[in-house]
Unconditional design. Structure first.
Length: 121
């Protein structure tokens, strides 16, 4: 008998909670978003050369950087699927070539990914 009383009490409490939740007013708001065009310092192809030491990529030399990228920061990340490392270096004012030393050496594998980003100028 007491189980039936407790069960009915819980059912009554649950109904009250659902009823209370249904009575809350929901107001609509707006969520805004915007896009902005970010100019590129280059759309041309760049030359990327991985510098190796005993089977590990220790730095990456990027050449063909135009003068429009000068004063920016070149960020490079190398990923071999199990290890990744990154580094950054300043791009010379006149463009040209920049060598970025990685924080940790990355072992050379059959498939690697090298990502380049120029931040600024």
């Amino acid at each position: 008998m007491w189980r039936r009383t407790v069960g009915l009490g819980l059912l009554t409490l649950a109904s009250a909670v659902v009823g209370l939740a249904a009575s809350f007013a929901v107001s609509t708001g707006s969520l805004g978003a915007s896009t902005i065009a970010v100019p590129r310092c280059t759309a041309a192809g760049l030359s990327v050369l991985q510098n190796l030491t005993i089977g590990n990529v220790v730095s990456v030399t990027v050449s063909g950087l135009p003068a429009a990228c000068g004063g920016g920061t070149l960020q490079v990340t190398v990923n071999n699927g199990s290890t990744n490392s990154s580094g950054s270096a300043a791009v010379p004012a006149g463009g040209g070539a920049t060598t970025v030393t990685l924080a940790l050496p990355v072992a050379v594998t059959a498939s690697e990914q090298t990502d380049l980003v120029v931040v600024g100028p």
